[in-house]
Design a protein around this ligand. Structure first.
Ligand code: FAD
Length: 318
C-alpha cells in the first residue's frame, strides 16, 4: 500500500478544495496532473489501490511510449507524477454527493469534504461469469480485454462468451490472432448490431454455439478447456480451448450517485465532449462514461480534458 495515501477522518482545515477527483485510476491521476499544473487545490479520493484497473493488468503493451510496462509500475509512476505536482491523496469511499449548489459536498467513509468542482472518475468493472476456474485462471488464459491480450493467443483456440456488441466486435478482432474463435451465447441469436453480425458470420475463423452457457473454465496453470451446458436440456460437454474472453457487460461504478439525470439507462455518467455533465461543476472522465474504447490512454485523455474544463468552470465562479 502506498504510504502517501492518508488514512483517517478528514480534519478541520483540509475540507475545501477547488477540485475533488473521485477515483485514482488513469482518468483520475491524469486529471490530477493537469489540475495541479493549473494551480488548482486538488484532492484525489480512492477507496482501493491507486491505479484502478491498471493494478489488475500484468503487462500493458499499448500505452504509447512504453513497449511494455507492468500495470502496477504504470500506476505508481502516474501516482508519483501527480504527487510531485502537489496533488493530495486520501483513502476514502465516496458514498454520496450533494451535487447542486456551491460548494459541492461529498459524504465519504472518512467524513464530509467540500469542493468547488467534482470529477467522477470511478471506472467500470467488467462483469464476471462467477464460475469455477474464472478467477484462478484470470491472466492465465482468461481475459476481459481483447485489445490488451489478443496477441498472446496467436494460432490458439479462443472462446468468446457473450452475444452483444463487445463480444462480437472483440471476437472479430481476435480472429487476427487465433486459429479459431468460438462464440458461446446463451440465446439463439446475437444482440450485436447487424453490421457486426454480418462481419462475424462472414469470417471463416468464427464459429458459434447457441443456447449454451460456460459453466467451468478448465486448466491447471493455464486455460486448457471449457465446460459448456445447454440452457434447456442441461447437457454438458468439454471443449479444448487456450483462451477465454468474457464480454457479458460492464458495471459502471456509480451506485453512490443519486442524481439519476446525469446517468444513462445503463448507469454510465453522461457528459459532453469536454466532460461536463448536465449539473454545473460536476464532471466525469474515463470508463465511467459511455464510450466505445475503454483503455488506459482514453481514460487518461478524458482526465486531462476534464481537469481543464473544471479549471475554466472554477475560474468562472470567481
Ligand atoms: P479505473 O481504472 O477503473 O479506476 C477507477 C478507480 O475509482 C478505482 O481505483 C476504484 O477503486 C475507484 N473508485 C470507484 N468507486 C469509488 C468510490 N465510490 N470512492 C472512491 N474511489 C472509487 N487498458 C489498456 O490500455 N491496456 C491494457 O493492457 C489493459 N488491460 C486491461 C486488463 C483488464 C483485466 C481490465 C479489466 C482492463 C484493462 N484495460 C487495459 C482497461 C483499462 O484498465 C481501463 O480502461 C482503465 O483503467 C480505466 O481507467 P479509469 O480511471 O476510468 O477507471
Amino acid at each position: 500500500m502506498n504510504g502517501l495515501y492518508k488514512y483517517g477522518n478528514f480534519s478541520e482545515g483540509e475540507q475545501t478544495y477547488d477540485l475533488v477527483i473521485i477515483g485514482g485510476g488513469p482518468a483520475g491521476l491524469s486529471a490530477g496532473v493537469y489540475a495541479a499544473q493549473a494551480n488548482l487545490k486538488t484532492l484525489i479520493l480512492e477507496k482501493g489501490l491507486p491505479g484502478g484497473q491498471m493494478q489488475n493488468t500484468l503487462e500493458v503493451e499499448n500505452y504509447t511510449g512504453f513497449q511494455m510496462i507492468l500495470g502496477p509500475e504504470l500506476s505508481e509512476s502516474m501516482r508519483a507524477h501527480a504527487d510531485h505536482l502537489g496533488v493530495e491523496f486520501k483513502m476514502a469511499d465516496v458514498q454520496s454527493i450533494d451535487m447542486h449548489g456551491n460548494p459541492k459536498i461529498l459524504h465519504t467513509s472518512e467524513g464530509e469534504i467540500q469542493a468547488k468542482a467534482v470529477l467522477i472518475a470511478t471506472g467500470a468493472t467488467p462483469k464476471k461469469l462467477g464460475i469455477p476456474g474464472e478467477d484462478r485462471l484470470s491472466g492465465r488464459g482468461v481475459s476481459w480485454c481483447a485489445v490488451c491480450d489478443g496477441a498472446f493467443f496467436k494460432n490458439k483456440k479462443i472462446a468468446v462468451v457473450g452475444g452483444g456488441d463487445s463480444a462480437i466486435e472483440e471476437g472479430t478482432f481476435l480472429t487476427k490472432f487465433g486459429e479459431s474463435v468460438l462464440v458461446i451465447h446463451r440465446r439463439d441469436k446475437l444482440r450485436a448490431q447487424p453490421i457486426l453480425q454480418q462481419r462475424a458470420f462472414s469470417s471463416e475463423k468464427m464459429n458459434f454455439i447457441w443456447n449454451h452457457k460456460v459453466v467451468e473454465i478448465l486448466g491447471d496453470n493455464r486455460v486448457s478447456g471449457i465446460r459448456i451446458q445447454h440452457v434447456d436440456t442441461g447437457e454438458e460437454q468439454e471443449i479444448e480451448m487456450h483462451g477465454v474472453f468474457i464480454y457479458v457487460g460492464f458495471t459502471p461504478m456509480t451506485s453512490f450517485i443519486s442524481n439519476q439525470e446525469i446517468l444513462d439507462r445503463d448507469g454510465y455518467v453522461i457528459t459532453d465532449e469536454d466532460m461536463r455533465t448536465s449539473i454545473p461543476g460536476i464532471f466525469a472522465a474515463g470508463d465511467v462514461r459511455p464510450k466505445g474504447l475503454r483503455q488506459i490512454i482514453t481514460a487518461a485523455s478524458d482526465g486531462a480534458i476534464a481537469a481543464m474544463t473544471a479549471y475554466h468552470y472554477i475560474e468562472s465562479l470567481a
